[in-house]
Design a protein around this ligand. Structure first.
Ligand code: IMP
Length: 180
C-alpha cells in the first residue's frame, strides 16, 4: 500500500487553472470542428460543466451512465450501462469526459463501446489519473492531474453519494471510509 500523505488536496484555484489549460488544448486540437463531449455520469458532470464554459467551440453535450461502486471504494470490474447516449455518434468527433481513471476498466469498456459505433474520432479527457492503480490500458489523451492511490472526493467525485459539491478535491480519511 502507498503511504497515505495526510491532507492531500487540490484547491479550487488549481482546478480552475487546470480546466482552463485543458480547454485551451482542446480548443486548439478541435479548431473548426464541433465535437460531441460525452460526460460519464455521475462524477464527470461538474468537470464537464466547467470545461465547456472555458471552451470556444460549438460543442454538443451528451451523457452516458455506468453502474457505480455503490458504497464501496473498489471497482468490481463489471461495467453496466444504466443510461446510454441520446444521439448517434457515427462520423462525430467524440470526446469522452471522465472525472477520474482508476483501474481503467470503466473507460476501457466505454471506449470500445463507442468505437464500435464508428465515430469520426474518439479521444478521452480525464481530470484525475490514479496511474499506479491501472489494470487495463486506456488511451487517455488529456489528463489534468496525476494523483496518488487515495480515495478522492469533491468536484463531482463522491463517496456513497456525498461530497460531490465540494469546490476542491481532497482525500477521504481512513476514519471516514470506515464510518461510511
Ligand atoms: P475505474 O473503472 O476503476 O477506472 O474507475 C472509474 C470510476 O470509479 C470513476 O468513474 C469514479 O466514479 C470511480 N472512482 C475511482 N476512484 C475514485 C475516487 O478516488 N473517488 C471517487 N470515485 C472514484
Amino acid at each position: 500500500m502507498t503511504p497515505v500523505p495526510s491532507g492531500f488536496m487540490i484547491s479550487e484555484e488549481e482546478i480552475r487553472a487546470k480546466v482552463r489549460e485543458l480547454a485551451a488544448r482542446i480548443n486548439a486540437d478541435y479548431k473548426g470542428r464541433s465535437p460531441l463531449l460525452v460526460g460519464i455520469l455521475k462524477g464527470a458532470f461538474v468537470f464537464l460543466a466547467d470545461l465547456i464554459r472555458e471552451m470556444d467551440l460549438p460543442v454538443e453535450v451528451d451523457f452516458i451512465a455506468t453502474s457505480s461502486y455503490g458504497h464501496s471504494t473498489e471497482s468490481t470490474g463489471i461495467v453496466k450501462i444504466i443510461k446510454d447516449l441520446n444521439q448517434n455518434i457515427t462520423d462525430r468527433d467524440v470526446l469522452l469526459v471522465e472525472d477520474i481513471v482508476d483501474t481503467g476498466l470503466t473507460l476501457r469498456y466505454l471506449y470500445n463501446l463507442l468505437l464500435s459505433r464508428n465515430p469520426r474520432s474518439l479521444e478521452i479527457c480525464v481530470l484525475l489519473d490514479k496511474k499506479e492503480r491501472r489494470k487495463v490500458e486506456v488511451p487517455v489523451k488529456y489528463v489534468g492531474f496525476e494523483v496518488p492511490d487515495l480515495f478522492l472526493v469533491g468536484y463531482g467525485l463522491d463517496y456513497a453519494e456525498k461530497f460531490r459539491g465540494l469546490k476542491y478535491i481532497r482525500a477521504l480519511s481512513p476514519e471516514e471510509v470506515k464510518g461510511g
